[in-house]
Design a protein around this ligand. Structure first.
Ligand SMILES: O=C(O)CCC(=O)C(=O)O
Length: 261
C-alpha cells in the first residue's frame, strides 16, 4: 500500500495553548494540499514542558484537542496523528496521543508509558500502561512517544501485532540528536518497520530542541530528514517493503521468546 505522510515539525510556545492551537489548522491544510493520507505532529505541542503549570494549562479530558483534531480530520479528509498533548483526567496529568480518521472518529489514543525523569515528567505526570494499534488504509500501525524509543522491548511488543509503521512524536533535545537518529534507525531495523518520527524545534527555558524529524524504511535507511527549522515535509512510502524485508530475513519467525525476559 502506498501511503503519503506529512511531518509537521513545529516550534512550540512554552505554556501557551492558545498560540499553539492556532498553528495546527494551517499545517493540516498544507498536508492535505500535498495529498497526504496522514499528518503527524510532535510531542506535547499544546503546552511544551511547562509542567509546573499543568493545573492551569493541561487540556481537561483532552476535550479541546479532540474537538479540533476531529474537525480538521473531517474537514480536510485525512488522518490526523495529533503527536501528543498534556491532558488532565481523573486528577492526574498524562502525555497523550490522539489519532483521528477521515470520518472525524478517534482511531486510537495512547498515554506515554516511559516517563522521562531527566525532564521531570515522573514528578508531574502519570504513566500510561496500554498498547495502541490502529490502521491506515488497512495497514497496521502503532505509536509511542519520545523516550519510549529507548525501550526496544516495548516497541517490539507493539510491533508483534503485525504493525508495519511506528509513529514517534517527540521533544528531543539538540544535544542528543545523534542518538535520536541512531535509535530510530535501530527500531526500524529490528522491527522491520517504517518509523515516522516528528520532533519539535525551537527551545524552552531548559533545552533547545533539534528537529531532525524523519522517516526510516524497514532497512533502517533515513529516507526523509528535516533540518532544525520549522517545516512540513511530505513523503510517499510503500508499506509492502516490510513484507519483502520480513520475507528474506524472517526475524519475527526466528524469535525465541521462551529465552527472553
Ligand atoms: O531520551 C532522550 O534523550 C530524550 C527523551 C525526551 O526528551 C522525552 O521523552 O521527552
Amino acid at each position: 500500500m502506498k501511503l503519503t505522510i506529512s511531518l509537521a515539525q513545529i516550534d512550540i510556545a512554552y505554556g501557551n495553548p492558545d498560540e499553539n492551537f492556532a498553528k495546527i489548522e494551517p499545517l493540516v491544510k498544507q498536508a492535505a494540499a500535498a495529498g497526504a493520507d496522514v499528518v503527524v505532529f510532535p510531542e506535547m505541542w499544546n503546552t511544551g514542558y511547562d509542567l509546573s503549570r499543568f493545573d492551569k494549562i493541561a487540556d481537561e479530558n483532552g476535550e479541546r484537542t479532540r474537538q479540533l483534531l476531529s474537525e480538521l480530520a473531517k474537514k480536510y479528509q485525512l488522518i490526523v496523528h495529533g503527536g501528543s498533548v498534556a491532558i488532565k483526567h481523573d486528577g492526574a496529568f498524562y502525555n497523550t496521543t490522539y489519532i483521528f480518521g477521515r470520518d472525524g472518529k478517534l482511531l486510537t489514543q495512547y498515554e506515554k508509558v516511559h516517563l522521562f525523569g531527566l525532564m521531570h515528567e515522573d514528578e508531574f505526570l502519570a504513566a500510561g500502561h496500554e498498547e495502541d494499534h490502529f490502521q491506515i488504509k488497512g495497514v497496521d500501525a502503532t505509536s509511542v512517544i519520545c523516550y519510549d524509543i529507548r525501550f526496544p522491548e516495548w516497541l517490539r511488543t507493539l510491533s508483534l501485532d503485525n504493525s508495519r509503521i511506528i509513529f514517534v512524536p517527540a521533544e528531543w533535545p539538540t544535544s542528543r540528536i545523534p542518538q535520536w537518529r541512531r535509535l530510530l534507525a535501530a527500531r526500524a531495523i529490528e522491527n522491520q518497520s517504517f518509523v515516522v518520527a516528528v520532533n519539535r524545534v525551537g527551545s524552552d527555558p531548559d533545552n533547545p530542541f533539534g528537529g531532525h524529524s524523519g522517516v526510516y524504511n524497514p532497512m533502517g535507511d533515513e529516507i526523509l530528514t528535516l533540518g532544525d527549522q520549522p517545516q512540513l515535509k511530505t513523503i510517499t512510502i510503500d508499506t509492502t517493503e516490510t513484507d519483502e524485508v520480513r520475507g528474506f530475513m524472517p526475524v519475527f519467525e526466528d524469535r525465541r521468546p521462551e529465552l527472553y525476559r
